[in-house]
Structures are given as C-alpha cells and as structure tokens.
Design a protein around this ligand. Structure first.
Ligand code: ADP
Length: 806
C-alpha cells in the first residue's frame, strides 16, 4: 500500500510523501490504515523506535483536517514541541496551518483557534483546558506521542486525565496513541476504545549485544572483536571500531547514551580525540565552519565547549542546549559530518538521529525518589537501542551495552537483551496526582458530585486497568477531605464546588498542597511579624479574569519535565545578561513594604522551595552542618513552623529547601553565575530552572495573597522581581527595561544612572560607556525607556563611565 492509495488526504499530500521517499507504507503503517486511522478510527500503535510512528499520526491528522476537523499533537517534552511543529510545517503549502502552544494563554486562545494542527505538551493542554480555551471544543483528532509515559508517576497522571477530559468534551474524538513496544499495549487500547497496531517490525535489522573483554557478544551468538587498548576506554574502542569499518563506502557513526548532562559533555570531549584522528581534510574544513556557526548561536561556555568538540567531529546533546545548537548537531550527524554524539536519554525519545552503532554506556542513573543509582527500565534502554541502524545506509544496526565482568554481562543480557519491555501501569491513584486533578476536574466543571467525580475517573487508564474502584474511591475521598479542609472546595448537600481560591489554584496550575503551604506560611509571617494581619489589601484594582489566566500559562515546564532528566535539562543556558527584561517590569513599588522585619526574600524563597512544586537541591555531605548553622543564624526569617531536628526527614527537607533558597538569594544578590555553579555544584541551566520555578511560584503566591487580602503582596512581588531579574532591590527599576538585564543594570547604576527616569534623561556618552560602547544596544535601551531621540550617531564614549564599568 502506498500514499496515493489513500483518498482521505488533502490534495498533493500523497505525491509529496512519495517524493520524500515514502513509496510503500511500512507494515505497521499499512496495518494502521487498514484499521481506519485515516478514516477517524482511534488507534494505539505500539511499535519499535524509528519504525514510522509519526507518519501514522500524520495520516490521522491530515485526514481529520481534510474532513473539516482540527487536530492536537501532544508531546511529552517542551523541547519536542517546536521540533514537531517544524516537521508538520511542511504541510502548510497544502493549506494546513500549524501552531505550537507555548506562549501565554490568551494569545493561544485567539490565534490557535485558526490553526488546523496544534502541538503542545500535556501540561500545557491540561492548563488550556483548565482555563477554558475555546478551541479545545473543536478538536476532532488527538495524538498522544510516547503514551507509555502514562507510567511515569510525575507526569503520567496529567496525560491520563487530560485525555479523559478531551474525550469527555468530544465523545467522538479520534485518539491516536503512539507507544514504544510495551508489555500491555492491549490494555492501553482497551482504555482508549482503540484498535491495536502492535508489531516488532523494524525498517532495519538490529543486533543487540554486550561488550566484555575484547569483543561484543551479540544476541544471535556471533562475536565481533573490538579490542580495548591499554589505558583506553571501552566506549572509545567501540566508537573507533565503528568509524574504521567502511561498508559500501560508508563509515559507521555512533550514538553514546550516558546518564547526565555533565557526563554527556565529558564523554564528548574525550571521544572527540577518537574522531579527530579519523577525519579527512574536507571534513575538517566543514567542521570548522560548523563550529563557528555553533559559537555564533550564543556567547556561553556551553557554546564554546560544544564548538571545541564539533571541530573534532564529536558532539554532546541534551535538552539543556539551545534549540539552535541541537538542530545544528542533529543535522550534521544526519549528514554524517559529526561522527559521534554523546547524549542523555531525552534524545532516545526525541528526534530521528539514527547511527550505525548505539552504545548504552550508563544503564543506571541517580534516582531522587528511591535514592542511589537505579537501573533504567528495559523499555527505556530498548528505545535507545532502537536508534541503531540508518535505513538505506547501513546493512544493520548494532546496539551495545558495556560490562567489565562476566556477571554484569549476564545481568545485562537478562535485563535488557532478552527481556520483554515492562507493562505500563497507571500512576493515577496516588494522592499527589489526584489532589491536583480532582480540584481541576471540579473547578472546570467536569464533575459536581463525588459520584460524578468517580464516574469521570472511571474513564482513566487506572480504572480500566485495575477494575479496582475501591482504591480509587478511597484515595479520592481522602483528597476531597483535604481540599475541603483547606478551603479549595466546598461540599453542600453532596454538591461540590470550587471556592474562589480553589479556582485560582487550579488555573495557576499549582499543586493544592503548594498553595496551602504558601498560604499558611504567609499568614504565619504576618501574625508573627505583628504586621496588620489580614487587613484590607492595597491592590489598586481588582484582578480581572484574564490576569489569572494569563499567569496560568507561565508554568515553567521545568517542574513537569523533570521526569527522567533533571528539570533544568529543559531550560536553555542561563545567559541572562542579554535576555530581554520584561518591559512592564518593576514599578517603583519595590521597597514600599520592606520595613516589615519578618518578611524577607530569603523567607519567601524558602517558603516556595518547600512546596512540592519545587525540585529542591540535594544536601551533599557536609551540607547539613552548613545549613543548620545558617538556619540558626537567620531563624527569624523563615515563614511557618520549622520541624525539630529530631524529625529526621522533615528536617532534611527543611534544610534542602534552605539550600535552594540560598541559591535564589545569591542569584538575587547579583552573584556571578560561575560563583553560584561552583558553590552549589550545579550547572547554569539548573540556576535557570530554579529561578523560573521560583518566579512562577512567587507569582502564584502574589495572586493568592491578593485574593485572600493578606498584607504581604508587595513583599512577595519584590522577592519575585528580584529573582526574576537576579538583582538587588535598588536595581529593580532598571533591570526591568527591555535589553538591560542584571549586569548592564549594575553598570548603569555605577555610572550614576539609577532609575528609568534618569536613564531617559541621561547623557548619551555615559549610557554608551556603561554599555561598553555597544551603540545598537544603547539605542535599543534608550528607545525602550521612551527617549525621543535614541540615536548614538557621533556620541563619544564617556571615559569615566567606561572605567567604572570595567
Ligand atoms: P518513530 O516515530 O517510530 O520513532 P519516525 O516516524 O521518526 O519513527 O520514522 C523514522 C524515519 O523513517 C523517518 O525519517 C521517516 O521519514 C522514515 N519513514 C517513515 N515511514 C516510512 C516509509 N513508509 N518509507 C520510508 N521511510 C519512512
């Protein structure tokens, strides 16, 4: 069967597919078409990596649009959203409009309504449903990519509940769920009332094996000699061996999976020496050019490190890279210019980067929940291994695990080579998941009684999988109790309604427990500070509906994306100096309330760092003493009741939150990024992740304080702005100017320009000096503060200012 056999696609699409090289459907694709995927049937496709799942989704979406409908493609990671959008944009020439939902909620509501295909993460879709985005009602086809992630306790429940809601909104909704090969795809299909397409078929043969001693031992019983030289690492020997083997004039590239960003960078640096020895002059020249392109993307250490590797033919890849970096690396790898990529597991789930040889170097990673190093799931390792083999280029793919002793080799064969992938199990019936989803379900009107709620939950995978209504009912009752006691829900004559605060919490996308912790902490801070507790607040105008909704869309997906990479893996490098400040920045109110002795930024940072929505820094050895000391030194500043030192777990948590809060405080005191990375043992992306999460949570705290008339709104706002801009109080006004940022604000301040008003009137030569002679920047900055004539033509740099700036 071929694309032109389908009559459901928009005109021109079948020809375009065939021009792309899709002449025949792969067997799982043909199976999906036979089961009606192009005619509106729901389908679960559980097939190996790289065997053409995306095309199954595209056939469904394009046919749905052709029938006058609208499609949504749900991705698991924000990093994938823009990649998928770019991929689907090739259909624009056939009249299909594509949009990605990342911006704020209101604009999504307006312009996404006109798109035919929308790409978004499950958290974003959940948020849009909670905020009542009107176009959600028009969806006729929904694709859930990597649906096996419903098994993930952090993010799975959101996907599960979101799919249940979308199916409730449109009972005829076509659902296409794409899954890695899992043990129980039939249960997923039952849940979604979908046809099942299940297959082990691959476009190219895959040999799996373990390298031990001087050879790879493959699953088919064959061996391949790959001797490891003295002082050489196994990975280096394997990468060299693949490159040294020419098949049909093609040398073999390698993809090396490691367990952290840091390891990806370290391994790439070492392997660059292996690839560097094996480049011809043309390749060297092309790689130099590519390295320059990489440096041009941004002026950061990461950019330099990546360029240094790339000029030698290797690269690292993780979700903490800028997206331009990622695509440059991916394209060059596909073009066979870059010979080796060292990647975190995100790449396995993401883009299409096949290599002749995949080396799974790390099969354990640090697990925050269970502690210590834990082995990866079979399913995940299979996904990495599935990246082996470039169709049309290699005769087969090879996926290799590493063992240093025979026992480990046997274990790896048992665990990964021979093993079937795990079943996916719903993680919904857990209190943290249900707490947030029960509130949102009631607040957005999907249920108004306990029975209605249980009936709604009955449409989830959990219910269909376990058939155990009792457990779900039991957890639901506990959660309802919690939500009522904390005033998020009201229960009267069996009817459930969300309170004003409950609505706010749901729209803000907060875990209700975070909201409760924040509210208690703020109240306690007011009481103990003797400030006029719970007085009329000072907000100048009531919050309008749209304001809440607007903020709701600012959830940093860092928290949500923290699944199998650290949250900060998803945030671009923290080169904050040049990021645009928010033009509506500080409004001069910053210091108005700061004479209240008890509410300090540290106290607020600690408060939000204690909530379940913040991933805290871990305490390393020696940290306990350090932070205990700091705790006693600043005891007055903490909001809420500290546990006793004898409550071991709670006390550790409190100190870990303090470490996180201290990082935020250092950031908001203008400490240099490298000092912070050194002091806390984190990367720049981690700072960014913590800062984004704190900003979101403090924004939420501000709204809660406002709504509850707590007299702390201004303190919270100031703490939020300081962390947002990473500056001291006196720079808040300046740092909010578009194009200024923390370092430039400090330099302007030191040159005697302390406020926006002063900047508007300042001597141009002083401004130019403080901005290190960058004319364009100076002009933009002056324009941003409304200077009539911002031109720098003929302006001399002021000598004293530039001296102060250096
Ligand atoms: P998956 O989503 O299953 O990991 P992809 O959808 O990324 O796999 O497909 C892998 C590659 O196979 C893509 O480059 C895609 O263009 C190509 N491909 C998909 N279907 C076909 C086909 N029927 N014929 C040739 N190439 C195909």
């Amino acid at each position: 069967m071929r694309p032109s056999d389908l009559s459901t696609l928009p005109d021109g699409v079948p020809e375009a597919l065939e021009a792309e090289g899709i002449e025949e459907f792969y067997p799982p694709q043909a199976d999906a078409v036979e089961k009606g995927v192009a005619d509106g049937a729901s389908v679960v496709a559980s097939v190996p990596t790289a065997s053409g799942k995306t095309l199954i989704a595209e056939l469904a979406m394009l046919s749905a649009v052709q029938r006058g409908g609208k499609a949504l493609y749900i991705v698991p990671l924000r990093a994938l959203a823009s990649e998928k959008k770019t991929e689907f944009e090739r259909w624009e020439e056939f009249g299909i409009d594509v949009g990605v939902s990342t911006g704020n909620y209101q604009s999504d509501g307006e312009w996404l309504a006109s798109r035919d295909i929308i790409v978004a993460t499950s958290e974003k879709v959940d948020s849009l449903v909670r905020n009542g985005a009107p176009w959600v009602n028009d969806l006729t086809c929904v694709v859930a990519d990597e649906v096996h992630l419903v098994d993930d306790s952090g993010r799975g429940p959101t996907l599960e509940v979101t799919l249940a809601k979308l199916r409730r909104i449109n009972r005829d909704l076509q659902v296409v769920a794409l899954s890695a090969t899992v043990g129980n795809a039939d249960e997923v299909a039952d849940w979604l009332d979908a046809e099942l397409v299940e297959s082990d078929w691959r476009p190219i043969d895959l040999k799996m094996g373990v390298h031990y001693g001087n050879a790879i031992n493959f699953d088919d019983g064959s061996q391949r000699e790959v001797p490891v030289g003295k002082g050489q690492k196994q990975t280096a020997a394997l990468v060299a061996d693949a490159l040294d083997e020419e098949i049909d004039g093609q040398r073999g590239s390698s993809l090396v999976f490691v367990n952290s960003r840091r390891n990806a960078e370290g391994a790439a640096k070492r392997l660059a020496d292996v690839t560097a020895d094996r480049l011809d002059p043309d390749e060297r020249a092309a790689l130099e050019e590519l390295a320059q392109d990489i440096r041009d993307v941004s002026d950061t250490d990461t950019s330099d490190d990546l360029a240094d590797c790339v000029r030698k033919g290797a690269a690292f890849h993780h979700a903490g890279l800028a997206s331009e970096h990622r695509s440059l690396v991916e394209d060059a790898f596909r073009d066979r210019l870059v010979k080796c990529i060292c990647a975190t597991p995100t790449l396995a789930a993401g883009v299409n980067t096949p290599a002749r040889r995949v080396v799974v170097r790390d099969w354990k990673r640090y697990d925050g929940e269970f502690g210590g190093m834990q082995p990866l799931d079979t399913l995940e390792v299979h996904q990495m291994m599935g990246r082996a083999g470039r169709p049309g280029l290699d005769p087969y793919g090879e996926a290799v695990l590493l063992a240093r002793d025979r026992d480990t080799m046997d274990e790896l064969f048992e665990r990964y080579v021979w093993a079937e992938p795990e079943d996916v199990r719903s993680k919904l019936a857990a209190e943290p998941a249900l707490r947030t989803h029960v509130l949102a379900t009631v607040a957005s009107g999907f249920a108004t009684t306990r029975e209605g709620l249980l009936e709604f939950l009955d449409r989830t995978l959990y219910a269909s999988q376990t058939g155990d209504d009792a457990r779900l009912a039991e957890v639901t009752d506990r959660v309802l109790e919690y939500l009522v006691v904390n005033d998020f829900l009201e229960r009267e004559d069996g009817t459930l309604t969300a309170t004003g605060i409950g609505h706010t919490v749901s729209r803000l996308y907060l875990d209700p427990m975070s909201a409760a912790e924040i509210v208690d902490g703020l109240r306690e801070g007011i009481d103990s500070g003797g400030a006029d507790a719970v007085t009329a607040n000072r907000r100048s105008r009531p919050a309008e509906d749209g304001e809440v909704a607007d903020d709701a869309a600012e959830i940093p997906e860092d928290a949500a994306d923290a699944g199998f990479v650290t949250g900060s893996d998803l945030v671009a490098d923290g080169d904050t100096d040049d990021t645009d400040g928010d033009a509506d920045g500080a409004d001069g109110s910053a210091s108005a309330d700061s004479d209240d002795p008890t509410i300090t930024p540290l106290g607020l940072y600690h408060l939000v760092a204690r909530t379940p929505d913040m991933y805290q820094l871990y305490l390393k050895s020696g940290d306990r003493e350090t932070y205990e000391e700091q705790f006693y030194a600043r005891e007055d500043e903490f909001l809420g009741h500290a546990p006793s030192e004898f409550e071991d777990v709670a006390w550790e948590d409190w100190l870990a939150a303090l470490k996180t809060a201290r990082l935020l405080e250092d950031w908001a005191s203008e400490l240099d990024e490298d000092v912070i990375t050194e002091r806390y043992g984190v990367g720049p992306g981690d700072i960014r992740g913590k800062v984004d999460t704190a900003e979101w949570l403090l924004g939420a705290a501000e709204q809660l304080a406002n709504e509850l008339d707590l007299d702390v709104v201004l303190d919270v706002r100031e703490a939020k702005k300081r962390v947002e801009y990473g500056v001291g109080e006196e720079l808040l006004d300046l740092a909010g100017v578009r194009g200024v940022g923390r370092k430039r604000a400090r330099r302007l301040f030191e040159a005697g320009i302390e406020t926006r008003a002063e900047l508007r009137e300042a001597d141009k030569s002083v401004v130019l000096g403080a901005l290190r002679g960058r004319e364009k920047t100076a002009e933009n900055v002056l324009q941003a503060v409304g200077r009539q004539d911002p031109s720098m033509d003929g302006v001399e740099k002021d000598a004293t200012a530039s001296a102060a700036a250096t």
